[in-house]
Design a binder for this molecule. Structure first.
Ligand SMILES: [Zn+2]
Length: 193
Protein backbone atom coordinates (compact mmCIF):
# COMPACT_ATOMS: atom_id res chain seq x y z
CA UNK A 1 0.00 0.00 0.00
CA UNK A 2 2.75 2.42 0.96
CA UNK A 3 4.69 1.47 -2.15
CA UNK A 4 1.72 2.06 -4.47
CA UNK A 5 1.09 5.45 -2.84
CA UNK A 6 4.68 6.38 -3.46
CA UNK A 7 4.37 5.26 -7.07
CA UNK A 8 1.22 7.35 -7.48
CA UNK A 9 3.01 10.37 -6.01
CA UNK A 10 5.91 9.91 -8.40
CA UNK A 11 3.50 9.81 -11.33
CA UNK A 12 1.72 12.94 -10.13
CA UNK A 13 4.93 14.86 -9.54
CA UNK A 14 6.23 13.82 -12.97
CA UNK A 15 3.02 14.98 -14.62
CA UNK A 16 3.26 18.35 -12.85
CA UNK A 17 6.86 18.74 -13.94
CA UNK A 18 5.90 18.07 -17.56
CA UNK A 19 3.17 20.70 -17.31
CA UNK A 20 5.55 23.20 -15.72
CA UNK A 21 8.14 22.69 -18.45
CA UNK A 22 5.46 23.04 -21.13
CA UNK A 23 4.28 26.30 -19.59
CA UNK A 24 7.84 27.61 -19.38
CA UNK A 25 8.51 26.90 -23.05
CA UNK A 26 5.44 28.71 -24.37
CA UNK A 27 6.96 31.76 -26.09
CA UNK A 28 6.40 35.05 -24.31
CA UNK A 29 4.46 37.66 -26.28
CA UNK A 30 6.82 39.81 -28.34
CA UNK A 31 5.55 43.00 -26.75
CA UNK A 32 4.50 42.99 -23.13
CA UNK A 33 1.33 44.85 -22.29
CA UNK A 34 2.67 48.04 -20.78
CA UNK A 35 -0.60 49.34 -19.42
CA UNK A 36 -3.42 47.21 -18.11
CA UNK A 37 -6.57 47.98 -20.04
CA UNK A 38 -9.79 48.93 -18.36
CA UNK A 39 -12.36 46.14 -18.48
CA UNK A 40 -15.09 46.77 -21.05
CA UNK A 41 -17.91 46.26 -18.60
CA UNK A 42 -17.24 44.70 -15.27
CA UNK A 43 -18.02 45.36 -11.65
CA UNK A 44 -19.56 48.82 -11.42
CA UNK A 45 -19.35 49.60 -15.16
CA UNK A 46 -17.12 52.62 -14.59
CA UNK A 47 -17.39 53.82 -18.17
CA UNK A 48 -21.07 54.65 -17.75
CA UNK A 49 -19.85 57.67 -15.86
CA UNK A 50 -18.05 58.88 -18.97
CA UNK A 51 -21.17 58.76 -21.13
CA UNK A 52 -22.94 60.95 -18.61
CA UNK A 53 -20.14 63.53 -18.82
CA UNK A 54 -21.09 64.26 -22.46
CA UNK A 55 -17.47 65.06 -23.30
CA UNK A 56 -16.64 67.72 -25.84
CA UNK A 57 -14.17 67.07 -28.67
CA UNK A 58 -11.27 69.02 -27.17
CA UNK A 59 -10.20 70.85 -30.35
CA UNK A 60 -12.32 73.90 -31.05
CA UNK A 61 -14.58 73.49 -34.08
CA UNK A 62 -13.44 69.96 -34.87
CA UNK A 63 -16.26 68.00 -36.58
CA UNK A 64 -17.28 64.65 -35.10
CA UNK A 65 -17.28 63.03 -38.56
CA UNK A 66 -13.57 63.87 -38.99
CA UNK A 67 -12.60 62.17 -35.73
CA UNK A 68 -10.47 59.04 -36.21
CA UNK A 69 -10.17 56.20 -33.74
CA UNK A 70 -6.43 55.53 -33.57
CA UNK A 71 -6.45 54.45 -29.92
CA UNK A 72 -5.42 50.86 -30.68
CA UNK A 73 -2.62 51.70 -33.10
CA UNK A 74 0.93 50.82 -32.10
CA UNK A 75 3.53 53.56 -31.88
CA UNK A 76 6.84 51.75 -31.96
CA UNK A 77 6.72 49.26 -29.13
CA UNK A 78 3.99 51.03 -27.22
CA UNK A 79 0.26 50.98 -27.69
CA UNK A 80 -0.93 54.48 -28.58
CA UNK A 81 -3.93 54.50 -26.21
CA UNK A 82 -5.00 57.97 -27.24
CA UNK A 83 -6.64 59.82 -30.11
CA UNK A 84 -4.62 62.08 -32.37
CA UNK A 85 -6.78 64.99 -33.46
CA UNK A 86 -5.11 66.76 -36.38
CA UNK A 87 -5.52 70.54 -36.49
CA UNK A 88 -3.51 73.58 -37.57
CA UNK A 89 -0.93 74.87 -35.12
CA UNK A 90 -2.48 77.37 -32.76
CA UNK A 91 -6.03 75.97 -32.93
CA UNK A 92 -7.59 76.39 -29.46
CA UNK A 93 -7.67 73.28 -27.28
CA UNK A 94 -10.79 73.29 -25.11
CA UNK A 95 -11.60 71.42 -21.92
CA UNK A 96 -13.55 68.24 -22.70
CA UNK A 97 -15.36 68.54 -19.37
CA UNK A 98 -15.62 70.67 -16.26
CA UNK A 99 -13.01 69.95 -13.64
CA UNK A 100 -9.83 70.89 -11.90
CA UNK A 101 -6.39 71.12 -13.53
CA UNK A 102 -4.49 68.27 -11.91
CA UNK A 103 -1.07 68.97 -13.39
CA UNK A 104 0.68 71.12 -15.96
CA UNK A 105 3.19 68.59 -17.19
CA UNK A 106 6.13 68.57 -19.58
CA UNK A 107 7.79 65.43 -20.87
CA UNK A 108 10.03 64.30 -23.72
CA UNK A 109 7.19 62.38 -25.40
CA UNK A 110 4.14 64.48 -24.58
CA UNK A 111 5.78 67.90 -24.66
CA UNK A 112 3.64 70.59 -23.09
CA UNK A 113 0.65 68.80 -21.59
CA UNK A 114 -2.28 69.09 -19.21
CA UNK A 115 -3.85 66.54 -16.88
CA UNK A 116 -7.36 67.58 -15.88
CA UNK A 117 -9.69 65.83 -13.43
CA UNK A 118 -13.37 65.30 -14.13
CA UNK A 119 -15.70 66.87 -11.51
CA UNK A 120 -15.87 63.63 -9.48
CA UNK A 121 -12.13 63.08 -9.86
CA UNK A 122 -12.64 59.54 -11.13
CA UNK A 123 -10.97 60.26 -14.45
CA UNK A 124 -8.26 62.50 -15.84
CA UNK A 125 -8.20 63.99 -19.30
CA UNK A 126 -4.76 64.22 -20.88
CA UNK A 127 -3.98 66.83 -23.55
CA UNK A 128 -0.49 66.67 -25.08
CA UNK A 129 1.83 68.21 -27.72
CA UNK A 130 0.44 71.68 -26.93
CA UNK A 131 2.11 74.68 -28.49
CA UNK A 132 1.48 76.59 -25.26
CA UNK A 133 -0.97 76.85 -22.38
CA UNK A 134 -3.81 79.35 -22.24
CA UNK A 135 -2.53 82.39 -20.39
CA UNK A 136 -3.18 82.29 -16.67
CA UNK A 137 -3.83 78.53 -16.54
CA UNK A 138 -2.47 77.14 -13.27
CA UNK A 139 -2.56 73.82 -11.44
CA UNK A 140 -5.67 73.55 -9.31
CA UNK A 141 -7.65 75.94 -11.52
CA UNK A 142 -11.27 74.99 -12.17
CA UNK A 143 -12.08 74.97 -15.85
CA UNK A 144 -15.41 74.69 -17.63
CA UNK A 145 -16.29 72.37 -20.50
CA UNK A 146 -15.40 74.29 -23.70
CA UNK A 147 -13.01 76.71 -21.99
CA UNK A 148 -9.76 77.31 -23.91
CA UNK A 149 -6.91 75.70 -21.97
CA UNK A 150 -4.15 75.59 -24.58
CA UNK A 151 -3.27 75.56 -28.26
CA UNK A 152 -2.47 72.76 -30.72
CA UNK A 153 1.23 72.29 -31.41
CA UNK A 154 4.01 69.79 -31.92
CA UNK A 155 5.90 69.80 -28.63
CA UNK A 156 7.33 66.48 -27.46
CA UNK A 157 7.66 63.79 -30.10
CA UNK A 158 5.01 65.06 -32.53
CA UNK A 159 6.32 65.57 -36.09
CA UNK A 160 6.96 69.26 -36.74
CA UNK A 161 4.82 69.14 -39.89
CA UNK A 162 1.84 67.38 -38.28
CA UNK A 163 0.46 69.47 -35.45
CA UNK A 164 -2.21 67.62 -33.49
CA UNK A 165 -3.73 67.14 -30.08
CA UNK A 166 -2.93 63.80 -28.45
CA UNK A 167 -5.90 63.23 -26.16
CA UNK A 168 -6.88 60.40 -23.86
CA UNK A 169 -8.85 59.60 -20.74
CA UNK A 170 -7.40 57.80 -17.75
CA UNK A 171 -9.56 56.01 -15.22
CA UNK A 172 -8.06 56.62 -11.80
CA UNK A 173 -7.62 54.20 -8.95
CA UNK A 174 -8.97 54.77 -5.46
CA UNK A 175 -5.98 56.94 -4.58
CA UNK A 176 -6.77 59.33 -7.46
CA UNK A 177 -3.21 59.84 -8.58
CA UNK A 178 -3.23 61.76 -11.85
CA UNK A 179 -0.13 59.89 -13.08
CA UNK A 180 -1.50 56.40 -12.38
CA UNK A 181 -4.61 55.89 -14.47
CA UNK A 182 -5.66 53.21 -16.92
CA UNK A 183 -6.21 54.50 -20.43
CA UNK A 184 -9.79 54.44 -21.69
CA UNK A 185 -10.59 54.98 -25.37
CA UNK A 186 -12.42 58.32 -25.51
CA UNK A 187 -13.59 57.88 -29.13
CA UNK A 188 -17.15 56.82 -28.38
CA UNK A 189 -17.61 59.49 -25.71
CA UNK A 190 -16.69 62.64 -27.66
CA UNK A 191 -19.33 65.05 -28.92
CA UNK A 192 -19.26 67.95 -31.34
CA UNK A 193 -20.98 70.38 -28.99
ZN1 LIG B 1 -0.79 60.48 -30.16
Amino acid sequence: MAASRTALLVVLVSALLVLAVAAATVPAPAVPALVARAPAGGDEDPLNGLTARHLLIPVKGFPRKALRDNFDERRGLRPHEALDIMAPRGTPVVAADDGRVAKLFRSVAGGIAIYQFDPDERFTYYYAHLDHYASGLVEGARVKRGEVIGFVGTTGNAPANAPHLHFTVFRLGADKRWWQGKAVNPYAFLNES
